[in-house]
Design a protein around this ligand. Structure first.
Ligand code: UDP
Length: 346
């Protein structure tokens, strides 16, 4: 059986828009639910330009009780086979400053989505989790049995939701669930039409580098060059967002074909660590622009190094990341240089 009709909660965002493209190109139909809190309707117009028209939109806030009935009715009417859940707040620093808001949004949004799927009788769910659930307790490469211990409220919302979904799958065998633990998604669709468009000052390395390269920001701060890594800067597993998006379609197909998988966790990463200095050098080569930087103090809560062991996803999902750091930089740069102000110009 194929799962053809998929609800994509948070489908207008950076990862969600790429997931929609991969779903449509795999012949599926999507119902996007988004409140555009950190995304733009223009992203969905671009998704339609890239991949055709099989995407509907419900503008609603999954975390707002006032929208819940409307969401349940729309999801039921769509007759979904399952859902991909990417709706939530995701800034680590903000979650430290405003923890209650993070719990009050990310958890209730999930409750409402589950309720809507129950009402529709579609108990198949792919959840956007994060490698931050591992915290600083493991030696890399980290596999899915790694010790869990997020170091900030954002990561704890991801862990709590994972745990809730595991409880749900244990209690009701009809539920089939994948918790996808993303490493560091970067890059953009090769068309240059969709990509990451952060509000305000970017928190993450790649959007920051890209805005320095395009001249929107003067200088990058490298948060620490005294880590016990090969060049002293932090090491992460950057994964091309199109590879990541393809992992969601593979997860949907896996759940549709398995009789009773329960809740299963997968690392979505490349298995390769890249340092901040290596990322700067790669982006410089791809963009042919100068990337001025200065080394500053470490950022609170950062860890030295984390990268994935992605073998489980390869074995069970038949998926692996194929795009290199050069591809990531070239595609990120194509998006950034064609859309220096993100979606705001339209
Ligand atoms: N980083 C940096 N300067 C920045 C943003 C990030 O040096 O302006 C470093 C950060 O310390 C980490 C790596 O880049 O080693 C990736 O950070 P990001 O925030 O993108 O992802 P995460 O910390 O969630 O892995």
């Amino acid at each position: 059986m194929t799962a053809k009709r998929i609800v994509v909660a948070g489908g207008a965002g950076y990862i969600g828009s790429h997931v929609c493209v991969e779903l449509l190109q795999a012949g599926r139909k999507a119902l996007v639910i988004d409140n555009f809190a950190n995304s733009s309707p223009v992203a969905l117009d671009r998704v339609r330009e890239i991949a055709g028209g099989n995407v509907e939109l419900l503008r609603a806030d999954l975390a707002d009780p006032a929208d819940a009935e409307r969401i349940v009715s729309a999801v039921t009417a769509f007759r979904p086979d399952g859902a991909i859940h990417l709706a939530g707040l995701k800034a680590v620093g903000e979650s430290v400053a405003e923890p209650v808001r993070y719990y009050a949004v990310n958890l209730p949004a999930t409750f409402t989505l589950i309720r809507a799927l129950e009402a529709a009788g579609a108990r198949l769910l792919v959840f956007s989790s994060s490698a931050t659930v591992y915290g600083d307790l493991n030696k890399s490469p980290v596999d899915e049995t790694g010790a869990l211990g997020p170091t900030n409220p954002y990561g704890r919302t991801k862990l709590f939701i994972e745990e809730m979904l595991r409880d749900l799958a244990r209690a009701d065998k009809r539920w089939k669930i994948c918790n996808l633990r993303y490493f560091n998604p970067v890059g953009a669709h090769a068309s240059g039409k969709i990509g990451e468009d952060p509000n305000g000052l970017p928190n993450n390395l790649f959007p920051f580098i890209a805005q320095v390269a395009v001249g929107r920001l003067p200088k990058l701060k490298v948060f620490g060059a005294d880590y016990p890594t090969r060049d002293g800067s932090g090491v992460r597993d950057y994964i091309h967002v199109v590879d990541l998006a393809a992992g969601h379609v593979a997860a949907i197909d896996y759940l549709a074909k398995e009789a009773s998988p329960g809740a299963v966790e997968f690392n979505l990463g490349t298995g390769r660590g890249v340092s901040v200095f290596e990322a700067i050098a790669a982006f410089k080569r791809a963009s042919n622009r100068d990337i001025p930087f200065e080394v500053t103090a470490r950022r609170d809560g950062d860890i030295a190094e984390i990268y994935a062991r992605p073998d489980k996803a390869e074995k069970l999902l038949g998926w692996r990341a194929t795009r290199t750091i050069e591809n990531m930089c070239a595609d990120h740069w194509r998006w950034q240089s064609a859309n220096p102000n993100g979606y705001r110009d339209e």
